[in-house]
Every structure is written in C-alpha cells, then in structure tokens.
Design a protein around this ligand. Structure first.
Ligand SMILES: [Mn+2]
Length: 424
C-alpha cells in the first residue's frame, strides 16, 4: 500500500505551525541552516530487502504480521518509507532471496516508487536447495576448488542480476573462517579468498564498484577470513581501483574506534560504503543510533571532514545502507527510526565548526576541541531534518503518520497475519 498525497498534506498542515516555530528557533541559532537543507534532501539511505520482515535469533522468530510476501511487496514497503521520509530512495537486493522474475516489471515498479537499485548482495553463507556443493566449510576460501568455483559463479550471477536492474555495486560478505584452532591454514585461506575475489572482480562492469565487507566473528568463532578493516584493505588494495572496504558498524570487536577506521580508509580512497545499525554486545543489528548516538555522530564527523577534504559528493560517492534485523519492533517503524538517527548524525556533523576545531587542534586546546564537537552533538537538529523532509515532500512526523493511517493494520489485511518475508 501507499499513502495518498492528501494524507501527507493534511498531516503536515496540522503540524506545520509548530514545525515552523521550531525551525525558526534553530535558524536563529544556526545561520547556515537554509544552506544545509539541500544536502539533507539529497542524502539517501538504501533499505536492504531483508530488513522488511521480522528477523529472528537462533532461538526463535516472532512474526509481526503483514510481512512482504515477495520482492514486489518489499519494494512497496520501501516506496512507502520513501513517501514518509523522502530519504529512503534506494533498495539493496539480496540474491538469491530476491531474484526478480520479470526484470522489466521490477524496474518499472522501482521507477514508479522513485527507487534506485543500490548494491546487490551475494549469499554464500547458506546452502541453497539446488546447489551442488556445500558452504559448510567456507566458500571463496574453501579447500576444494569446486566449491570456490561455485561461489565465484554465484557472485558473477549476482552481478548480472544487478546489471539488468541498473545497480552499480556488489557487496561481498563472507561467513568464511574457522571455528577451531588448526581447522584452517590462515595463509591458504587468504590466498584462496583473494584468488576467488580476483575472478569476481574481473567480471565487474567498468562503472561498478565491489565492496568487501569485514566481520570480526560469527558465524565462525575462532577466525574469520575477512575479519577486520586491515584484512579487507589488503584484499581491496590487491584487487584494484574498483574494490573498496565496506564498514558495517556491528562487525567490530567491542570498543573499536570506528571513526578512526573510517578516517584512514577515506584518506586512502578505499572506503566504499556503510552498513548502519547499532549494538551493545556484538552484531546486534539494532536500530541505528539506539545505543551509541555519540559514536554515530563521531563517525559522520569524520565522514564529512574526510569527504570534504577529498572533494567528494556526500550523497553519491559512498554507499549508504542500513543492515539491521527487527526482532521485536515493526520493521517499518524501526527503519524510519534508523533513517532519522542517521540523518540527525549527518546534520550534526554538518554544523561542526570546522575552522574553530582546526584552530583548537593546532594549539592542543583539548577541552575546546571537545566543546566544539559536543556543541554540535548536543544541538537539537530534529527541526532541521524535518524541514528538509517537508521540503522534499515527506511527512513532518513519519512514524506519527504511519500510525495514524494504520499502515500495519492495512498490510495485515492485505497480506495476512502469517505472511513471511522471503529469505527469513
Ligand atoms: Mn552488513
């Protein structure tokens, strides 16, 4: 389902006076406010096709009802999110969970919803019913070349699927690794993985990027073959100029300084994109900004500083994606919350007084440096983000509107209480 335009207009009409007052107050304190609006309007965050249904843990899964039954339903859900916040104008597809049966139909649907196809994601962390060899002991790293070849062929197939849709990047995340000491020869696992990635890289179209995602642990609990940003950087450096490191916020060891990692990767021209989420203990896949909003801000602070230093376009030069799982909340509400948190961190990074920070750094005025960053982080930018949303045709209060027009109830009516999102 989609929301009617008059419903958005009516909602905004009811809230516009309050919003205008808040934004005027913000503008009085932040004279550059108007100049930031377009940057916020342009900034789009891709929604992964796997995040629209209820996720689960290894203990169980509790469906929320009205989940998308197929790719078209998933796209409709993202179209609805994009109507509400005008910042979710892209979809990141997972193959084979979301193979389009009719490419033209899917492309037309995307165009009608104003959605672009972001990175396509391959899957060699599960066995599919019809595949010849198992990924139980890895895919691109596997000791058996037949298994590696199968995983390479799958990735090349994913590139072809993405090409047909107009996607421009492939994300490779590997579950490869080992669970016990001695299981794996680390050097051979690295070399096999690199050789496999090279074959996939060779199949990339000229204007494509390849993202190599890293993860410290899980599902293997002793070693991961692309375990951290250093290992990813090694692979992508050896692969070539179209290969980049992808940072998933949940894939680090506890307390890792992610903002510093981001800064160095950007400096080296090897940061490709992001998977946003939040966590307290591990790869919890919680709503972005739900646990560590200051960290999210510090990451955006480095992104804005580093991208500006390299004359990069904030909206288009990196891949911005959410990678989360929704176990207890309505996935659509959760995604609205994530996008809002990301937009707020970005907005706060845009208002950091960079000249003053640079000057304070030069004279080692540590307290002032901290003051400058915290000043930005403690600024309430909600009215700025809402103003950008309003300017782009979205709703002032997306979750409020989502609830008042009873989206979930209507989706349950349309799709049933027991529908299960494909892939989950
Ligand atoms: Mn990820």
């Amino acid at each position: 389902m989609l929301i009617e335009k008059y419903q958005i207009d009516q909602h905004n009409g009811e809230l516009s006076e309050k919003q205008q007052n808040k934004f005027n107050f913000f503008k009085a304190e932040n004279p550059s406010a108007e100049s930031l609006l377009q940057k916020l309007v342009d900034f789009q965050i891709a929604i992964p096709s796997w995040a629209l249904g209820t996720g689960g843990t290894r203990f169980g899964r509790f469906s929320g009802g009205g989940e998308p039954r197929n790719l078209e339903d998933k796209m409709m859900d993202i179209g609805l999110l994009h109507q509400l916040n005008r910042s979710s104008g892209a979809i990141s597809l997972h193959i084979p969970w979301d193979i389009p049966e009719d490419v033209e139909k899917i492309k037309n649907l995307a165009a009608s919803l104003d959605l672009k196809f972001d990175a396509v994601n391959s899957n060699t962390f599960q066995d599919q019913p019809n595949q010849a060899y198992s990924y139980k002991f890895g895919s691109l790293q596997h000791v058996d070349k037949k298994v590696r070849d199968q995983a390479i062929a799958h990735n090349i197939e994913v590139i072809k699927q993405g090409e047909a849709l107009g996607s421009k990047s492939l994300t490779v995340w590997l579950a490869d690794g080992s669970s016990f000491p001695g299981q794996l020869n680390f050097r051979e696992a690295f070399q096999n993985t690199l050789a496999s990635l090279k074959e996939i890289y060779a199949a990339l179209p000229a204007d494509w990027k390849m993202f190599v995602e890293y993860k410290s642990n899980e599902p293997n609990f002793y070693s991961t073959t692309v375990a951290d940003w250093g290992q990813s950087l090694l692979y992508v450096t050896k692969l070539g100029p179209k290969a980049y490191t992808l940072v998933d916020l949940g894939h680090h060891l506890p307390n890792a300084n992610i903002e510093q990692i981001v800064s160095i990767l950007l400096m080296e021209g090897k940061l490709g994109g992001f998977h946003f989420n939040d966590s307290k203990y591990g790869d919890d896949d919680l709503t972005a900004g739900a646990i560590k909003p200051y960290q999210l801000f510090l990451i955006f602070n480095e992104l804005v500083e580093g991208m500006d230093a390299n004359n990069m376009n904030h909206a288009t030069d990196l891949g911005w994606m959410i990678d989360a799982s929704h176990n207890v909340k309505d996935p659509l509400e959760d995604l609205l919350q994530s996008v809002e948190a990301i937009m707020m961190a970005y907005a706060q990074a845009l208002i950091v007084d960079r000249k003053a920070l640079k000057a304070a750094q030069k004279v080692n005025d540590v307290a002032l440096c901290q003051e400058i960053l915290q000043e930005a982080h403690r600024t309430d930018v909600r009215s700025l983000v809402a103003q950008a949303r309003l300017m782009a045709g979205g709703a002032i209060d997306p979750i409020g509107l989502f609830r008042s027009v009873k989206v979930r109830e209507k989706l349950i009516e349309e799709r049933g209480l027991k529908s299960v999102a494909t892939g989950l």
